[in-house]
Every structure is written in structure tokens, then in C-alpha cells.
Design a protein around this ligand. Structure first.
Ligand SMILES: *Cc1c(COP(=O)(O)O)cnc(C)c1O
Length: 363
């Protein structure tokens, strides 16, 4: 029996990747020089397909780095003058803040309740809280948001991101590691979008993605950081020529190109993913005794679903699914023992979803 995985990263790989890997080997992609015409063609095509399938505006730049974690550091090193402001409600947003705090002179983290919507919680509850947060937004160089908090299954809507953008002159940096390629993102509402390929792109780990606005590039020029191998200006210098700032993961870029060539546009993927998410939440609420971790339906993630239960029940369900050849995502951070997570990523098939639902409803 082929195993099925609902782990939210690393996650299910598109089956077609097997053939693409073989093809890469046979076409000598693996030993390709990264300054060669052949590689430059691959990089150019990958960027073009990415822009086309994900509907990225023509004036936004697309870069490939090693990981989303590296992109957090690039934001801190190359795009933050002195003050990095982080609104977070879970483990990934908090981790980003810690990385930034090691690099920039001033970083500040503002927690919001994960059962609440960000804007009402930080800007509409109490006048003093609102005043304080508006002051923070006025002082910040960069506002860092985790659009899809993989640890607890919450998301920020495009409207929420737009609302924050309307309140600040700062650069908007958004972590979309577990949603980019799965749902529609309103690119114009932020300046740096960062992600990696082992979640919604159905690819093996080892490649990070940054999508940057003209405003972000201007800021990078003002700051002028060229001290690190991965300074954004050095990345931009190289990518302008369809080259890279170090010997890149050519295989990963090639595989991304092939997968991008195969998938539908983000409009279609978004429809499928949001419908499936709704079905998952309905399923848990009407067909099982399980509790969805996030009670506030307006902040529930479309791509990562967190389900709460007793430690005993969580243990049992993991054993039960394992016996059926199905891997669930473990809980993460403070929700490690009390939740399990289900990836609702594009590579997962309706058949696989039915298999898991059968196990979960016969519990
Ligand atoms: C997985 C994940 C990361 C880390 O991605 P890497 O590619 O391992 O660096 C960062 N942020 C979020 C929200 C994630 O889900």
C-alpha cells in the first residue's frame, strides 16, 4: 500500500516529480553550470511560469533562496533599517521575531489572540491599545506578518493584510510558507512575500521563494547592505542576469519549473483548496466528535487544519491512521500533544481525503 501523508511540511510530493527527477538526471541538469546558458534558460522559464500561474504583478521581483527561514534573515539584514515589528499569534511568527531580534537593533513582537481576528484585537478593542499599536506601526521600518500560521491553523485574510498596510508607511513582509501556491494572495498589499516549496508546491524541501515589490527594492538600495552572500542587492544583481548569488539547488529549481508547468492557475487552485477546507471543517463539526482548534471561523486556515482532542485521543488516532498507511501532522509548539494537523495542500487527492475521512469518522 502506498503511504498517504497529510503532514503540513515536508508534505506530499506530486507523483509526477519522480519522472521529472529522472528527466533532470538524463538531461544533465544535475551537473549544469549555474552560469551557463542552459541554467539561465531554466531560471528564466521558472520565474516566468511562477509569475503566470500565481499571477504575480510584472513589477514584482521573484527570487529563489534556500528556505523561508533564510528569507526571514534576508528581511532583517537587507530590508530593515532599525525597527522590525512583528504581529504574531503562534510558533512560526514568534520564531521569525527571534531571528530578527538577533540581527536588527530593535525588534518588537506583539501577540494577538489566535482565536481572534488581528485588526479587531489590536486596533478596535481599547483606545489605549489601538493608540499604542498605531504608534508602533508609525515607528516600524518593516511590519512582519505570518499570513498562514502553520502551528495553529489560523490565517490572515487579504483584507486584514490590506488593512494593516493602510495604517503604515513601513514595508510589509508576509510569511506565506504554508499558503503560497494554495490560495490567492493579494500581492500589491505587501512588499515581501516569503515561502518555501515543501508545502503547497508539492516538492521536496530545499528551496525558498521571495516575491518583492519595487518599494522593497528601493528600500534595499537605501540601506545598501552588500555585506552578506545573501544580501538582497547581490541576489538582485544576479537574478537580473538569470543567475544566482551562489551555486543554487538547480534540481529544485528545475522541479519547480516542471511542476509550475503542470499545475492550473492560482484562481483554480484557490477554488479547489477553499472548497476542500470548508468541507474539512464541516466534516469535523457534523460527522465527528473532534473539535476544531480554531473556533472563530473567520480566522481558520484554508491550507492547514488543526484539530484538538485529549492527549489520549490524539495518540489513538495517530496509531489508527498509521495502521491504514496514513500520516497525520503532529501538533506543533504549545499545541504539540493536544492537536493533530491536516495539510490541505494542492498535491493531495480527493481519494486520499476520502481515505482519511473514513478512518476519522469510524473512530
Ligand atoms: C514551514 C514554515 C517555515 C519554515 O520553512 P523552511 O523552508 O523550513 O525555512 C516558516 N514559516 C512558516 C509559516 C512555515 O510553515
Amino acid at each position: 500500500m502506498e503511504s498517504i501523508t497529510f503532514y503540513p511540511g515536508p508534505s506530499k510530493i506530486y507523483p509526477s516529480v519522480a519522472g521529472f527527477m529522472q528527466e533532470a538526471f538524463e538531461n544533465d541538469v544535475l551537473s549544469m553550470n549555474h552560469r551557463s546558458e542552459g541554467f539561465m534558460e531554466i531560471l528564466k522559464e521558472t520565474i516566468q511560469l511562477f509569475r503566470q500561474k500565481l499571477e504575480v504583478p510584472t513589477d514584482y521581483s521573484i527570487y529563489f533562496v534556500s528556505s523561508a527561514t533564510e528569507a526571514w534573515e534576508i528581511v532583517a539584514q537587507s530590508l530593515t533599517q532599525s525597527y522590525s515589528l512583528h504581529f504574531h499569534n503562534g510558533a512560526f511568527g514568534k520564531k521569525w521575531f527571534h531571528y530578527a531580534a538577533n540581527i536588527v537593533p530593535q525588534a518588537s513582537a506583539t501577540w494577538f489572540d489566535y482565536q481572534q481576528s488581528l485588526v479587531p484585537y489590536l486596533f478596535e478593542r481599547e483606545i489605549a491599545i489601538k493608540q499604542h499599536n498605531l504608534e508602533q506601526l508609525a515607528k516600524a521600518d518593516v511590519v512582519c506578518l505570518t499570513q498562514n500560521e502553520t502551528s495553529n491553523g489560523t490565517q490572515l485574510t487579504n483584507e486584514t493584510i490590506a488593512n494593516i498596510q493602510s495604517k503604515t508607511e513601513a514595508l510589509m513582509a508576509v510569511d506565506v510558507t504554508s499558503s503560497m501556491g494554495g490560495v490567492i494572495l493579494d500581492w500589491q498589499r505587501a512588499d515581501i512575500w516569503l515561502a518555501s516549496v515543501q508545502k503547497c508546491f508539492g516538492l521536496p524541501a530545499g528551496l525558498g521563494i521571495m516575491v518583492c515589490s519595487p518599494k522593497a527594492l528601493k528600500r534595499a538600495e537605501t540601506i545598501g547592505d552588500r555585506l552578506r552572500y545573501n544580501s538582497l542587492l547581490l541576489i538582485e544583481d544576479n537574478f537580473k542576469k538569470f543567475q544566482t548569488h551562489y551555486t543554487p539547488n538547480v534540481l529544485a529549481i528545475y522541479l519547480l519549473m516542471k511542476v509550475l508547468g503542470e499545475i492550473p492557475t492560482i484562481q483554480k487552485i484557490d477554488k479547489k483548496i477553499t472548497t476542500q477546507a470548508k468541507n474539512w471543517y464541516d466534516f469535523f463539526e457534523t460527522k465527528t466528535d473532534w473539535e476544531v482548534l480554531i473556533q472563530n471561523t473567520t480566522v481558520r486556515s484554508d491550507t492547514v487544519i488543526a484539530i484538538k482532542g485529549s492527549i489520549e485521543a490524539i495518540k489513538n488516532v495517530k496509531t489508527l491512521t498509521k495502521q491504514q498507511g496514513i500520516t497525520l501532522g503532529n501538533g506543533y509548539g504549545e499545541w504539540k500533544a493536544s492537536t493533530f494537523r491536516i495539510a490541505n495542500f494542492p498535491a493531495i487527492t480527493p481519494y486520499e481525503i476520502e481515505q482519511l475521512k473514513a478512518v476519522l469518522s469510524s473512530r
